[in-house]
Every structure is written in C-alpha cells, then in structure tokens.
Design a protein around this ligand. Sequence first.
Ligand code: UDP
Ligand code: LCN
Length: 811
Amino acid sequence: MTTPKLVKLPSMRERVEHTLSAHRNELVSLLSRYVAQGKGILQPHILIDELDNIIGDDSARKTLSDGPFSEVLRTAQEAIVLPPFVAIAIRPRPGVWEFVRVNVYELSVEELTVSEYLRFKEELVDGQKDDPFALELDFEPFNATFPRPTRSSSIGNGVQFLNRHLSSVMFRNKESLEPLLDFLRVHRYKGHVLMLNDRIQRISSLESALTKAEDYVSKLPPETQYSEFEYVLQGMGFERGWGGTAARVLEMMHLLSDILQAPDPSTLETFLGQVPMVFNVVILSVHGYFGQANVLGLPDTGGQIVYILDQVRALENEMIQRIKRQGLNITPRVLIVTRLIPDSAGTSCNQRLERISGCEHSHILRVPFKTEHGILRKWISRFDVWPYLEKFAEDAANEIAAELQGVPDLIIGNYSDGNLVASLLSHKMGVTECTIAHALEKTKYPDSDIYWKKYEEKYHFSCQFTADLLAMNHSDFIITSTYQEIAGTKNTVGQYESHAAFTLPGLYRVVHGVDVFDTKFNIVSPGADDTIYFTYSDEAKRLTSFHASLEKLIYDPQQNDEHIGVLEDPSKPIIFSMARLDRVKNISGLVESYGKNAKLRELANLVVVAGYNDVKKSSDREEISEIEKMHAIIKEHNLHGQIRWIAAQTNRARNGELYRYIADKRGIFVQPALYEAFGLTVVEAMTCGLPTFATCHGGPLEIIEDGISGFHIDPYHPDKASALMADFFQKCNEDPSYWVTISQAGLQRIQERYTWKIYSERLMTLAGVYGFWKYVSKLERREARRYLEMFYILKFRDLVKSVPLAVDGST
Ligand code: UDP
Ligand code: LCN
C-alpha cells in the first residue's frame, strides 16, 4: 500500500507568479484592465467582470479561469489599484486572509503583510506618506496563548472548543483541577457561602467529601428536600447550591466526580452551566427610545428593543427555574439600563424605573445623559451619543448599585454604545461581560473605514469603530445571531471579520483587531415572541378583534399622516414590508422596483409600514431624505391606486395580526435591505406563515433556505427581485398549494432554529462556562485589559471631543 503524500497547496503569491510565467500575456491583459481603471478600490464582482471583458479572446479567458489564478480571482475580496501596482486582498476561506501585490509594469509579485497592505491602501487617501510611527493596533499577542480552532466551520462554537480545551488541561494532572476548586469556593450570594465551605481546602479532600456525600445522599428518597439534609452536608464541606432535592444533588455531585476523575467537555459544560452564579443581570441598551409601548418604528428604535424585551422575559424565566432547581431561595433581578429622555415624545422614556410586563423581577432603569450644562432633555441619534457615555457609565454604576444593593453577576451590552458602557462597567466591577452587536455599522457602509473622514460629520464612525474594537476585545463572550455576522459566507466578509484588519488613515491602523476564530464567539439566535407571532392557521389564537382596524389601516380611502395611497383593487394579494425608514432598509428601493414591474403591479398590491409620510414629523436626517425619496418615486411611477404607505406601527399585538391578515390574503413579506444584520421581521413574518422574500446581504441569507423556506433577493438587482415575486404570484395563481408549501417550510425552519427557550438556556450555560474561564485566565487577560485601557484613554476620549454636544431646543 502506498502512503498518500501530503501536497502543499501553492500560496497565493505562487499562484500569481506561476500564472505570470506560464500565461504572461493573458494575465497582463487582465491586470492592465484593472490598472486602466485608475487609482481606487475594485470590488470582487468588477475583478471577475473584467475577465469576461478581455476582448474577443476566449482562450485567454479560459486559460485564466481554469488555471491557478482562478482561485485568486474567486477568493479576492478587493483590489487596490495605484498604478503600476495592483494589490489584492485574498480570502481563501472565512477568517483567513492573504495579500499580494503585482507591479504590472515590471511584472513582479510580492506577498504583503497585513500592515504593508493597509499602508499601501492608505495611499489612496494620503498619497505616499511613509510615516513609520503611524499607530498600529495589534491584539494578537495578547491572545496568542489561548486555544482556538483552525477550521472555519468551528467558528461560532466557541464554548464547545473552550470546554474541550479546559477539560484536556484538567485531565493532564491533579493540580490543574485546583482552579475549579477555588472557583467553587468563591461563590457567594449577599455574603452567604454557596457550593463549598472552608472545610474543603484541597482537591483530595473534595474527592473524599464527594464520595462520602454521594454515599449518604444516594440512600435518601430522591424527593427529599435539601433542608432535611443540609446540616449533614454542611459538616462535610458542602453548602447550598447543589440542588433542591436529593436526586438533583446527587446528579450534580456525579457530574463533579466525573470531572475530577476523567474530565470531558460535555460534562464540564453541563456542570458549569448548572452552578448557580447568575442572580443579577444588567443589560445595557443605551441610545433609546427604550420602552415597552409606542416606541417601535421611531428612528434608531427597532429590533434591538424587541430582542431585549423578549430576551429578558425568557431569561428571567430560565433564571427562576434554575435557581429553584438548585435549591436556592433567591429572587433574581434583571435591569435593562438605558437613557432617560425627559422630552420623551409621548413614550415612558422619561420614567426612571419601569417594570417589564410579563416579568416579576425585571425593570427598565433609566439614567439621563448629563454634561456640565446639565441633563440633555431631547432624543439624539445613535450616531451622536459618544460624548455622553463615560459619564453615563459612571452614573449608571451608582444607580445599579443602589437598585441591586451590590454588583451584578453578568453584564450584557447591546449595540456599539451599550457595549462600550458594558465594557466600562465590567472593567470597573470585574464582572463577566457579554456583548451583542445587533449590527456593526462598518459593514453597512462600504469603505466607511478608509474614507472615514467623508462620513465623519454625519456619522462619527471614528468613535463608533473605536468603541466596537474596545468592546469586542474587552468582552468575555460575544453572542451573535448568525454565523455570517462573525465570519460571513464563502464569498462575503463577516461583520466581525471586517474588524480583523482595517485602517482609518490618519487615526490608526488595525492589524489584528479581532480574530473570528476566538473562542469568545457563540452563535445563539433569537426567536419571535410566541404569544404575538404565531401562524395564521392557528384560528383559536387569532386576534380577530383587530381586523376591522386593520382593514381601515389598509383600505380606508382617507389620506392622512397615518396612511397615504389607495388600493383600487382590494382583491389582489398584498406584498408587505415593514421597517424603519433608514436608507439601508431600502424600502424606497422596493417601491421603485415594484413601480417598474408592470406585471407585478398587475398581480399584487404593495403595502409598506415605514417611518412617517410627512417630513415635518421627523427629526432624523436620514429618515427625512428617505421620506422625500418615497414621495418622488410614488409620483414618478404613478403608484396611487396600487400602493399603501402606512406610518410606523407601534402596537405589536396588532402588528402580529397584520402579518397574519396579509397571509389570509395569500400575500408575501419582503425584506429588501441593502444589508440586514439579522432581520427580526423576517423571523416574525415566517412565524406567522407568510412566504418571505428577503435580502441576500446579511442574516436573512442564513435564516431562509432559498427556494425552500422562502426566497433570497438581491437589492442590487431589483429587477430580478421583482420578477421573482411576479413569478411567485403567477405560480400561486396556477397552483394555490405552492403558497402553502413555502409557508409551511418557513414555519418548520423557525421551529427548528429560532426560539427564545433555546436561547435562554444557552445564554445561562455560556455565563457559567465563561465565568469560569474568566476566573482561570484572569492573569493573562489583565495584559489585554491594560492595553485596552490605554487605547481608551489615549484615543477614544480624544475622539469623542470631536462630536458636537447637542443643544436642547434646536433640531
Ligand atoms: N417594527 C414595528 N413597527 C414598525 C417598524 C418595525 O413594530 O413600524 C418592529 C418589527 O416588527 C421588528 C422590529 O421593529 O420587531 C425591527 O427589527 P429588525 O431586526 O427587522 O430591524 P432593526 O430595526 O432592528 O434594524
Ligand atoms: C439590529 C438590526 O439591524 C437587525 O438586523 C437585528 O435583527 C436587530 O438588531 C436585533 O438583533
């Protein structure tokens, strides 16, 4: 038998070199086409398109697309052209990058380091500067000793990998078990010792105490309450926290015995996930409007609010159950900490404390933005909040301490501003930190890093990207809704991945910003509240009392600031969309593509719920320009008679019924965003049984399996998208069961993956495992924290000074 030889795959530089020597003419012809475009950045589709444009030369095309260079072209993410150079950023697989540069005049190829590539890219903006002292940010050395997977498919399963690592270390020798012992000994709740007391000082005594205790407890009837044998266990060194009944205590003790004898990853995860350590949780969502009623659809106030309120309900429930199961009599608390807005536009955002409905122990705690001029009264855009956050964090820390009478056990940040405050608080309090991005703005705005100055006045991305880097490196674990949020797809770059290396010319250059293979990443997807979103066919649960008002909302001919446009033929099915009226949501793009497709207009009406229809009602610059655009498109395509534009709808229960009402009429839901980080409306619509057409850019790509549980559309090819919808309606006219097939497949997809129950169980387990990991790795982590502290003080604090403070009374 012959042993297969390991063949080393050629590097990208070798591929280019090989092509240059074997097919010089063809490659030069292609590269010259790139260079001919002049200085700039070329996107992947342009790189490929140019191959098709090598005029009249089929064989050249074939040579290049079949040879080793094809891999370079297929995986190129961008090319920087600065004649005579073309530098290409190549991504052979998610999370792995290489950089090559070709001198097209001299026909030489070199491999670039990430720093060299970025420096070259900066020349697009700064010309040749050669400043050897540009600030370079590099987080790699701090994480070099931490374990990480190498396969792209393992990205986002951080906790599994971490458990494997931890258990293999523990397996090595008895001393490695010491941190676990110490960890179990530090647990306390308000001064009361939990799990282990001082009688157990060493692993050997833990082992013998466990044997004795297991022996004793196993002889008790399984349902015996902990209080009945509490004192006996206390004498052996055990305190409350092992379980409420003998059966549960025994189960936990078996798990620990197994770990002490032969640790394995899943036992470790189960055990750490059950150790009671999370009683008080603080969740930060700063910018507002954060409220339970009348806020959705307001600028900047969308899915994040829905997500957090649902999350808190699920989390409180899970905490109560776990605490009870562990035999503790402790009341958990969850505080959502947000901004208090005195001029609260008819919402409850001016109240300090608000109980969360559907919860017993969870509240919204609001803390105002303060400066030396006093409290800021008005709402401000999420892009302008940066100068307020440090003081906000300080004030919030005091308020939280007063509310909880102590520090929380877990801090969860949301979005860039909440994540920064979470980092500041967790840094100060030494508490486990989890961050959730919801949407990293950098990916939404192409080239917003290299051309950051262009965006600065409007968006202050220099602050936001800096805050994002700080938070993603400071947090103990990161939850994402999808894989693509971390590492994209085979062809597209992930949101976090786009922070691995980038440059803000003149500010700093990031050579290792975040590593998508880091075990801190975990995919835990949200769901949709099942009391509000359920299938249209669940007749018993339907809220038919809303039907009359929904009918009015859609068909009432009156034109006012709640709805404009009429649907002349009410018998047609409805194409429905609902989103904030942001540019990126691209509602205007949907209206335009509908307007241009006569067949689609013939087959279906269009109903959109978005923002306001009157510029006077909006204070948000982006929304105002979208409102103007919508009116112009409606006029240009003469859409009156086929479109209904409804202003933002804040009644969630009625919105749930609205999706189902549209399903009754065999309509569809469309999510046309240019980029959607996750897309809760997609999950909501599918949960209600509406066939859904959603953008292929971002989360919906993963939520929907194209052609099976819905459809992907590309907002950059709007004609194709509208043709796909028209085909769908046509097909449904010919065979009405087609609509049902897609609807049911969508429902099945949701049930398998997107539920809050799965989410909250996972979150609690992650809090346990990462709490332990934080404890064992505290020394190493300190180095990174000090580096981050310096970056915060020297860069972030300076940058926020460039953001103007808002003035109450002005718009
Ligand atoms: N939403 C709403 N009324 C509106 C617009 C949106 O209730 O007028 C809700 C929608 O049902 C969803 C959330 O706001 O629950 C939007 O979340 P998504 O993730 O789709 O987008 P985001 O606004 O967070 O970017
Ligand atoms: C923010 C977004 O932009 C959406 O894509 C998400 O669904 C939402 O947050 C909740 O995570």
